[in-house]
Design a protein around this ligand. Structure first.
Ligand SMILES: *[C@@H]1O[C@H](CO)[C@@H](O)[C@H](O)[C@H]1NC(C)=O
Ligand SMILES: *[C@@H]1O[C@H](CO)[C@@H](O)[C@H](O)[C@H]1NC(C)=O
Ligand SMILES: *[C@@H]1O[C@H](CO)[C@@H](O)[C@H](O)[C@H]1NC(C)=O
Ligand SMILES: *[C@@H]1O[C@H](CO)[C@@H](O)[C@H](O)[C@H]1NC(C)=O
Ligand SMILES: *[C@@H]1O[C@H](CO)[C@@H](O)[C@H](O)[C@H]1NC(C)=O
Length: 700
């Protein structure tokens, strides 16, 4: 016996040494905890010892005892954990008995043992999961459930404690009720304080209640949750009236206008049941209220007198009853917004798809806010979104139908007792994007050494943000490229100092906070010197032609003159024109031209020179002329913009077209300093890539 003990000690020392040799602290196996399953087994859990060179085998030894582990009662049972596993279980029959439990770890014939544990089966029992047998809601705010534990795990309901959990199926978190039954009580609970007309999911779990004599020996485990069961509570009267708002439509010549009354569906927790019908009533001042719409829709269009004020009220009905009333007062004419006082509203982007609105107002009882927003420019038939909030607040996040790159108008209305008391408005972008396109570039005038360029104002919906600046890049053939940064208010620029008859490639980049967009390349040829010579030639020909024409006209004119004088002479018998005494018969039928006639021709020719041959300015050097009604004056006005665009198109048609040069790289690299035109006010000109903007200017 002593020898056997010695041998065991030596073996343990060897195992400990082998563990130490692996660089770890020497360890003994340790049982973490044991769980007993009714009528099945006791399973124990432990942590694995550090790896050694050879695999370690874990064996769990369980022996039924008589009394509190005073003496072995049955034969020891054991289980060997599969490799790498940290638990195993031994079947047992009587969970009310005590068990002696020990874990051994063995490696290459060396064994180490854990301390012995003495556990009563029921002290570590994990009951099977209960079953919900009946679940019923015969009220709107309570439901009842009944459950049981399978088999004979507990004799009485009171031997276990229970947890009941329930949640609205639309939500994540559970509400919990702890339950212990009285002696001879029932596994039945009435759960109250729940919402009407809500689908609840319910589950229960159980834990064995340890008798006093065993407390401290362990802690039983909670069973698994029962399978979930569902119950829908009964409907109740809607808790509030629908949020009501209005939109004004077309006003007619008959003194009436369309008023669209809109309301929001109640939230499920407010509707408390399925809404069967909405009832809208209207009341003119001094008259009794009359029904206007009974509908399941969410709006109702009425044609009402513009000069009259109305009070509208709406209720929602479900199977349980009618909601409280919401009212809205609409003042005569659509001056409602203007009549109320205004307050400042600040809008900032909350995310790329939402706005945070902030304002500051005193607190009022019975206050209601309506938020209204929509895309700008407002288009006919496009939806206006609105949102309702009851109670005092000084901020609101608006997140419905907000897209980056669009300008939104944002309005806040304050309602007290259904009356718009104050309002505030602002506008903004939730996120600016690069413009959808760059404005089209047109040459508006071309000279020998200068080119005037013009571009349109981008329509609001294509801007993507607030236009900060334009960059005009141009490159004359054989020259370096140049860039000009122009203020967003500028829409015209004259490139100077070009060579005659040279091709210049130009493009425009437009920038917002959200990015920039580059337009296509426009190529323009400046006028050549030849052009001027040809004109002089044409001018010379014209002068010659006019001289000829003038003299012919003068001769013809004289002929006519003589005819008239003939008639005079025939009547008066005396010629007062010529001053010469000619035979009467010859006066009208003789030679047409005499000395005096030639004299008259002398008089006539200068006349022609001065009346028909006035010098004209036709070489186009009048200097840059502003096209009438600059496009800059067009923002907002659709008609103005359209005519400006038409004008620009006409200019473009008239301009000489050249194929764009596709090989031209973007205007980015550092270029030479720009030779600046005479300074004036308006534009900054910098060489591309220059970090420091040069102050320069240009008269536009
Ligand atoms: C012990 O019983 C439980 C419950 O039935 C079972 O899940 C587990 O597999 C059993 N363990 C062993 C080792 O038989
Ligand atoms: C609902 O059921 C409970 C329990 O069965 C009962 O006490 C109660 O009277 C019932 N209520 C209604 C409104 O039927
Ligand atoms: C139920 O018991 C749990 C655990 O003991 C406790 O944390 C919880 O607060 C109890 N819930 C109620 C509603 O008493
Ligand atoms: C409650 O919700 C569950 C899960 O979504 C569904 O299976 C069940 O049919 C619903 N019950 C009722 C009464 O609506
Ligand atoms: C042009 O506007 C954009 C966007 O605001 C900005 O990033 C850029 O610096 C501006 N360019 C100049 C030269 O001011």
């Amino acid at each position: 016996m002593a020898f056997a003990t010695q041998l065991a000690l030596v073996r343990t020392a060897v195992l400990l040494l082998s563990l130490r040799s692996s660089g770890q602290m020497p360890l003994m196996p340790k049982i973490h905890y044991c769980v007993s399953f009714w009528a099945k087994n006791i399973t124990c859990y432990w942590d694995l010892l550090p790896e050694t060179h050879s695999p370690i085998t874990y064996t769990l030894h369980i022996t039924e005892e008589s009394g509190r582990c005073r003496q072995d009662f049955g034969r020891p049972s054991r289980c060997v954990a599969r490799w790498g596993e940290r638990s195993c279980g031994v079947p047992v029959e009587n969970l009310f008995a005590f068990y002696k439990i020990q874990l051994t770890a063995e490696s290459r014939g060396v064994q180490v043992r854990s301390l012995e544990k003495c556990i009563q089966g029921m002290a570590v029992v994990k009951l099977s999961s209960p079953m919900v047998n009946a679940l019923l809601a015969n009220q709107s705010r309570c439901f009842q459930l009944e459950w049981s534990l399978p088999g004979d795990e507990v004799v009485s309901v009171s031997e276990a404690q229970y947890e009941i959990q329930y949640r609205d199926v639309a939500e994540k978190s559970w509400a919990q009720v702890n339950f212990t039954a009285a002696e001879n009580g029932q596994a039945f609970a009435n759960i109250c304080g729940v919402s009407p007309f809500t689908n609840y999911s319910v589950r229960v779990r159980a834990k064995y209640l340890l008798s006093h004599s065993l407390q401290g020996d362990g802690d039983p485990f909670w069973s698994n949750w029962s399978p979930e069961r569902y119950v829908r509570t009964l409907p109740a009267v809607p808790s509030r009236g629908p949020a009501l708002w209005r939109k004004f439509g077309i006003s007619g010549a008959d003194g009436k206008r369309d008023v669209i009354l809109m309301w929001k569906p109640l939230k499920p927790k407010e509707a408390n049941g399925e809404i069967l019908i909405y009832s809208l009533f209207s009341q003119r001042k001094g008259e009794s209220a009359g029904p206007q719409c009974l509908t399941r829709e969410l709006q109702c269009t009425l044609r009402l007198l513009m000069g009259a004020g109305y009070t509208f009220s709406i209720t929602a009905r479900n199977i349980a009853g009618v909601s409280p009333v919401t009212s809205l007062i609409v003042l005569p004419s659509d001056g409602q917004e203007e009549l109320s006082s205004t307050f400042p509203v600040l809008a900032s982007p909350a995310t790329d798809h939402s706005f945070l609105l902030r304002w500051s107002l005193p607190h009022f009882p019975a206050i209601r806010y309506v938020f209204e927003w929509g895309r700008l420019p407002r288009k006919k038939g496009e939806d206006v979104f609105w949102h309702d909030h009851s109670g005092n607040t000084n901020h609101m996040v608006i997140a419905e139908a907000i897209m980056p790159g669009n300008l939104y108008s944002l309005k806040v209305f304050v309602l007290i007792h259904g009356n718009v008391w104050a309002s505030g408005s602002t506008s903004g972008y939730s996120k600016q994007t690069a413009p959808l396109r760059a404005p089209t570039l047109y040459p508006s005038q071309i000279w020998k050494t200068e080119v005037a360029l013009q571009w349109e104002m981008l329509p609001l919906e294509e801007r993507g943000g607030v236009i900060r600046n334009y960059t005009l890049c141009y490159k004359e053939e054989g020259e370096n490229e140049r860039a000009v940064i122009l203020d967003s208010s500028i829409q015209r620029y004259i490139i100077r100092g070009l060579a005659p008859a040279s091709i210049v490639h130009v493009y425009l980049t437009v920038a917002t906070e959200g990015g920039s967009t580059r337009g296509s390349v426009l190529s323009v040829r400046t006028k050549s010197d030849e052009y001027g010579k040809a004109e002089v030639l044409i001018l010379a020909f014209s002068v010659g032609f006019l001289l000829l024409f003038g003299s012919l006209a003068c001769v013809y004119r004289y002929r006519w003159y003589v005819v008239v004088s003939c008639v005079f002479h025939s009547r008066g018998g005396q010629s007062s024109i010529s001053g010469l005494q000619l035979p009467k018969s010859l006066r009208c039928h003789g030679r047409w031209l005499g000395v005096a006639d030639l004299y008259r021709m002398d008089f006539c020719l200068p006349f022609f020179f001065f009346s028909y041959f006035r010098p004209t300015s036709r070489d186009g050097r009048e200097g840059p002329r502003r096209p009438a009604g600059r496009t800059g004056a067009a923002p907002g006005g659709d008609a103005g913009r359209r005519s400006a665009i038409l004008r620009l198109r006409a200019m473009r048609r008239a301009a000489p077209r050249l194929p764009p040069s596709p090989s031209w790289p973007p205007c980015l690299g550092p270029g030479p300093e720009l030779v600046l035109p005479p300074p004036a006010a308006g534009a900054r000109i910098l060489p591309p890539g220059s970090p420091r903007p040069l102050r320069a200017a240009y008269a536009m």
